[in-house]
Design a protein around this ligand. Structure first.
Ligand code: NAD
Length: 480
């Protein structure tokens, strides 16, 4: 059985306790790898290695750090097939998704921040003719990055690339549910010549490894992506130590479709925003509000297309929908489908475990599911399901749908479909959401601020926001 290893101080190591966690393949339900069940001593070792590496790394010219990040990007690119296959097997997502989205984007994360750091600058303020202020920005030191399972390498590199680029050393904890590509990354970093201790990857459970990171006095910031519940726990532990925190958390995003939209575009994109990665993307839009005149037509077309999605072996090229990531998550999603029925929802298509024959017969597959007949306030439409389940809700008026869109405790992303330019601007500005897409979904420019409001997040990632987060500003005031 394959063994994932920690990457600490440049070495590949098991957990110091010698304990291992089983890692199943979601498409088969069978264990296929072992993951170090690390704990506080491993985190301690990683922090010590990072602290030792920090002075030299921070003093390395930005162009040299950038060159190393590009070398890592290039090494991943040269092994695209191995990375994509590993990501697909580990998560259950279709290989076609891993090879066109997850791994290319991970490469881009390194390349983007390698470029960004060479362009980064800080502010200067001239105070009349009295003084000149300028802001120094220095790396924080050792920072912690904690990432989830849905886009494993993509979200891990989205954090570690800016942290490293700007001169920090990193202790990172990939999700224990999907550790494999982080392990491949550690091999790549060794080959690329990243100095030992600059990046450390400690595998294991959140309440052990993640909690030890959150309370470690020498980790000065935590960048976290995951559930709102875990984000709250990290904040509870880390805030009294005055750590800088960036929290990217859950969502229940609205997808608002006005009757004057481009029907074909809205339909095709809603298919993606409902079911991409089996609905396990924080940006997915599982609340589909459709204006009444379009409702029946849109619903019928969406149901027809959803029925045509092929659920199957993630490694087969024709598969649209793979497995859910774990048995626990699979049961949670099926539980929400039951809840939707109990709340009076009608299942339009899907609604149960999908049977996939052959090697995947015991895998955690769920039929892509559409429900209707539920009001905006019910639990199905308020709580994050994070699976291939979307709910259709008709609406009449702009004010009404705005209130519904804003009615959850979350506020990560929203999509609005209309050809009315004034309405698009008006509606976008009134949505409680960190990100609004108009007539599109998940179109990303890595320079833009990324993050949520309310229970979806604190802080922003991306572009300068990420580089600012991972630095400490110091104002210097010179009297003229
Ligand atoms: P999770 O909160 O269970 O785990 C995320 C990470 O936190 C994992 O590495 C986990 O081991 C770790 N962790 C768990 N308990 C911890 C603790 N006590 N202290 C420190 N770390 C701990 O989330 P998940 O199930 O892996 O991911 C799905 C969630 O992530 C969904 O809610 C989804 O919306 C969210 N998500 C948000 C974004 C975003 O950008 N806002 C992106 C992707 C996923």
């Amino acid at each position: 059985m394959e063994k994932v290893l920690n990457y600490i101080g440049g070495e590949l190591l098991p957990a110091s306790s010698g304990a291992w966690l089983d890692k199943p393949e979601p498409a088969t339900g069978k264990n296929y790898a072992l993951v170090p069940d690390s704990d506080e001593p491993d985190v301690q070792r990683a922090v010590e290695a990072a602290s030792r590496a920090f002075p030299a790394w921070a003093a390395t010219p930005a162009t040299d750090r950038a060159r190393l990040l590009r070398r890592i990007a290039e090494a991943i690119r040269s092994r695209m097939d191995a990375f994509a296959r590993a990501e697909s097997i580990d998560t259950g997502k279709p290989l076609s998704v891993a090879s066109t989205v997850d791994i290319p984007r991970s490469i881009l994360n390194f390349e983007f921040f390698a470029d960004a750091v060479t362009q980064f600058s800080s502010e200067a303020h001239q105070t009349d003719n009295v003084a000149l202020n300028y802001t120094l920005r220095t790396p924080l030191g050792v920072v912690g990055c904690i990432s989830p399972w849905n886009l494993p390498l993509y979200l891990l590199t989205w954090k570690i690339a800016p942290a490293l680029a700007i001169g920090n050393c990193v202790v990172a904890k990939p999700s224990e549910v999907t550790p494999m590509t982080a392990y491949l990354l550690s091999q790549v970093c060794r080959e690329a010549g990243l100095p030992p201790g600059v990046l450390n990857l400690v595998h294991g459970l959140g309440p052990k490894v993640g909690a030890a990171m959150s309370r470690h006095p020498d980790i000065s910031a935590i960048s976290f992506t995951g559930s709102t519940r875990t984000g709250a726990e990290i904040a509870r532990v880390a805030a009294p130590a005055f750590k800088k925190l960036s929290l990217e958390m859950g969502g229940k995003n609205p997808n608002v479709i006005f009757a004057d939209c481009d029907f074909d575009e809205a339909l095709a994109t809603t298919m993606r925003s409902s079911f991409a990665n089996q609905g396990q993307i924080c940006l997915c839009g599982p609340r589909i509000f459709v204006q009444r005149p379009l409702y029946e037509r849109f619903k019928e077309a969406l149901v027809t297309r959803t029925r045509a999605l092929k659920v199957g072996d993630p490694l087969e090229p024709g598969t649209d929908q793979g497995a859910l990531v774990s048995q626990q998550h699979f049961e949670k999603v099926l539980g929400y489908i039951d809840l939707a029925k109990q709340e009076g929802g009608r299942v339009l298509t899907g609604g149960k475990r999908a049977s996939v024959p052959g090697r995947c017969r015991d895998g955690w597959f769920v039929e892509p599911t559409l429900v209707e007949g539920l009001d905006s306030a019910c639990r199905t439409n308020q709580e994050e399901i994070f699976g291939p389940v979307a709910s259709l809700i008709p609406f009449d008026q702009e004010e009404e749908v705005l209130a519904w869109a804003n009615s959850t405790k979350y506020g990560l992303a929203a999509s609005v479909w209309t050809r009315d330019l004034q309405r698009a601007h008006r509606f976008a500005s009134r949505l409680h959401s960190g990100i609004v897409w108009v007539n599109t979904w998940m179109l990303r420019d890595l320079r833009t601020p990324f993050g949520g409001v309310k229970d979806s997040g604190v802080g922003r990632e991306g572009g300068w926001d990420a580089l600012r987060f991972f630095t400490e500003p110091k104002n210097v005031c010179i009297k003229l």
